[in-house]
Structure formats: structure tokens, C-alpha cells
Design a protein around this ligand. Sequence first.
Ligand SMILES: O=C[C@H](O)[C@H](O)[C@H](O)COP(=O)(O)O
Length: 222
Amino acid sequence: MTQDEMKQKVAEAALAYVKPGTIVGVGTGSTANMFIDALASMKGDIIGAVASSEATAARLAGHGITVLDLNEALTQVASLSVYIDGADEFDAGKNLTKGGGGALTREKIVAAASDAFICIVDESKRVDCLGAFPLPIEVIPMARELVAGIARKLGGNPVLRDGFITDNGNLIIDVHGLKITDARALEDELNSVPGVVTNGIFSHQGADVVLMGTPAGVETIR
Ligand SMILES: O=C[C@H](O)[C@H](O)[C@H](O)COP(=O)(O)O
């Protein structure tokens, strides 16, 4: 089975977590895109979806799925029923790294507004220790060198994502070479630096369930 076929299987399996009559949070990336395409079959059953990026909003709208702004949604419901998104890496504690597509901040906001985070990945995303995938940090432009210096002190090699501007108008620094042994502590430490909008460690907003595609089928990790 190819990687895309494994992604397709988990995207379809995630539909089981979509409850009729609710608002669904939707992530960003190639796996999330497959979920959006599958969600089109349920568009008449849900109130609508909150998107974690402009790209996701456009894809949802392209399928005729109602797209709600998060603030608008939270005037209708206390929380979103579920957030469904991919990841760049996940560990045994269901901590994630995300942001390969640069959507980490909105993803973390929508995840925080949801009752449960269902993470959809193929088996290549499972790691013993987070950090092999460069860790993205969204930074306000003025703080670029401040944050890069702190990343170096933490043992990482910060690289500015060339020519990339986030949906929020900020920069992304990808930090290579980190060995993330305490995901929660590093998430908090980086987020305490002035000018950091957020970083791609999802420990506070880690997954509740990981649906992992393997050649043998979809494995559910709770
Ligand atoms: O900003 C992008 C997101 O965090 C994605 O969820 C992550 O990069 C995984 O994307 P993909 O499903 O394309 O591997």
C-alpha cells in the first residue's frame, strides 16, 4: 500500500468521529485534504466546519461545506465536537509536532476549541522522540533574530522558511536538530519568548486518538 493510500484510509476512518448536527474543526495538509474530500459526503448532516487555514477554508467551500469563522461558531455552540488533522510526527504520549504547512497557530487554536482531537497519519509519522522533523515556530517579524538566538541556545539550528508568510502575516522559523525529550516543557519554554506566536509542539493540544494508516489497515491509538 502506498503512503497516499494509507492517508486515504485514515481520512475515511475519521468520518466515524463526525457527529451529525455539530460543527467540526478541520486541519490543514495533504491528509486533512483527503478528510475534507471525504467529509463532503456528510455535508448535509453537519452544521458546518471551522477551518485552520485559508487553504482548508477554500477546499471546504469548494465542496459546498458551510465554513464558519471560529468566533461565529462559538456563539452557536460551547465547543466544536471534534478537530481532525494530520501531524508531522507523533510520539507514544500522543504529543505531536505540526506546522510543516505553516498552519500551526490556527490549528492549535481550533484544536483548543474542540472537545477531541483525532489525528490522522500514516505510519511514517510515528517516532520515539519528536524533533527529527524540523520544529516550526511562528514569529512576529521583529522578533526573528531574538527567537533564532534562543533556538540556538537550546541546541537547534534555526532556518527561516524562505519567502513564506503565514495566514496571520508572520514568519516561520524551522528549528533543525532538536531532540525533544520533554515536549510539554519545550512547548511552554518556546511559547514564553516574546514575539513567538506559537510553536509546532502540540502537547497541551495533543491528540486524544491517533488513527494510523499501516499496510495492514487503520490502527486506533488511544
Ligand atoms: O501546517 C501543517 C499541518 O500541521 C499539517 O497537519 C502537517 O504538516 C501534516 O501534513 P500532511 O498531512 O501533509 O503530512
